[in-house]
Design a protein around this ligand. Structure first.
Ligand code: SF4
Ligand code: SF4
Length: 395
């Protein structure tokens, strides 16, 4: 076989936490140990040799790289200290950039040295919006107690649509839209590449409903239950952080959807719906519980990852830490803004709220290119794993 190694790819993997790659001597202990590896389709031994050979195209179309939950069991037992869990993590990081669109933004989001730009873009956009809105004020204590952050971007006489909502929508919706578009394009490309490589028959396809009920829904149930995560042994504590974080995101998603519906749709007919929610409002309670769960989950993952790194089971990488930092920033600034509102401290409250908007916009903007993307790519790979074993793929 004539192997054409992609040297740039090998260099990237080594720089993204897979620097132990070359230590692997193909003993296959990792594939035996891995609790998620299937008998007929074992991993990560084969991925290690493919990565050593620089077979980029083979690896980015391999569903197994996304099925790995980075538990570290294989790294703990590897006799050569090749850290296959980290190598697979580095390959996934590369894959998110490979599938990400636009490619310039995807590349930007993968390096720690770009952090000032990654923070600077949303910070500048929101600051310019604040200037354009003409609001540029710090409210009095009385005003702050009545309106909270609902007039951060000012107010106007048009009672059917709040000025604050208008300006937030102006930058958050394009950021979220870009993320959705990029994710859709990436997932479509991944599915096509995996189907092509697996030799799946493309003329016999399930209906959309069949696809959802037979492949997507069972995968989502597994994800919500954390069934695969619970099979990990060395690093089982990670479930205690990952599960509350995932539930927090679901809670915050519901809160955001309700907020959009209330302010952008229902508020047009009933202007009284605009305004801060009482702390006893069920949606507000859900938002606060989700924020606490988010901070708790991020804290557990933070300590867990630090422990793995100090024990030599994992390498410190920007890819692994960026998401934890981002989530922590969203949770802490959101919760702190709320506390400052209760305490009636407008100056610090407005600064923290500005930082909160920056953190949220960063989460949206960089979602398809960072570790956050595993939500969709892993779900896609899990659905594909079921699909490739079905009669649809084999006929
Ligand atoms: S990564 Fe380690 S355990 Fe896996 S095949 Fe290579 S040497 Fe063996
Ligand atoms: S990190 Fe865990 S899930 Fe991933 S290959 Fe290793 S043992 Fe399997």
């Amino acid at each position: 076989m004539n192997v054409q190694p992609d040297l740039e790819f090998i260099k990237y993997i080594k720089g993204a936490g897979g620097d132990t790659l070359k230590k692997c001597y193909q003993c296959a202990t990792c594939s035996v140990i891995c609790p998620l590896s299937k008998d007929g389709k074992p991993f990560p031994r084969k991925e290690m040799i493919w990565a050593q050979w620089g077979l980029k195209d083979t690896l980015v179309t391999d569903p197994d790289i996304f099925l790995c939950h980075q538990c570290g069991d294989c790294s703990a037992y590897c006799p050569r200290g090749a850290k296959p869990g980290d190598v697979l993590g580095a390959i996934r990081a590369y894959a998110y950039t490979f599938y990400g669109w636009p490619s310039g933004l995807a590349k930007l989001a993968t390096s720690a040295k770009n952090l000032p730009i990654l923070i600077g873009i949303p910070a500048l956009v929101i600051f310019v919006m604040w200037l354009l809105s003409g609001a540029m004020h710090i409210p009095t204590k009385e005003h702050f107690a009545t309106h909270g952050y609902q007039q951060f971007f000012g107010t106007w006489g048009f009672k059917w649509y709040a000025k604050n909502i208008f300006f937030i929508v102006l930058f958050m919706v394009p950021a979220a839209g870009l993320a959705v578009l990029s994710t859709f394009m990436g997932v479509r490309k991944l599915w096509r590449s995996m189907s092509e490589k697996a030799g799946v028959n493309s003329s016999f396809r399930p209906s959309v409903m069949q696809f959802v009920t037979d492949f997507l829904w069972p995968s989502l149930v597994e994800i919500v239950k954390h069934s695969r995560f619970r099979e990990c042994k060395v690093n089982i504590d990670r479930v205690k952080g990952h599960l509350p974080m995932m539930l927090a995101f679901i809670g915050l998603f519901i809160v955001t959807c309700w907020s959009l519906l209330k302010n952008d749709v229902l508020g047009l007919f009933w202007p009284s719906l605009h305004g801060p929610l009482s702390i006893y409002d069920p949606i507000k309670i859900m938002a606060n519980i989700s924020a606490v769960a988010l901070i708790y989950g991020a804290f557990v993952l933070w300590t867990n990852r630090s422990k793995m790194e100090s024990e030599g089971l994992s390498t410190r990488t920007f890819y692994n830490w960026f998401l934890i930092w981002e989530v922590m920033a969203v949770g802490v600034t959101g919760f702190a803004a709320e506390v400052l509102r209760w305490l009636g401290i407008p100056t610090v409250g407005y600064i923290v709220y500005f930082l909160h908007l920056v953190a949220v916009m960063m989460l949206f903007m960089y979602m398809p290119y960072t570790k956050f993307a595993h939500i969709v790519y892993r779900t896609t790979a899990m659905a594909f794993e079921k699909y490739r074993e079905s009669p649809f793929a084999k006929n």
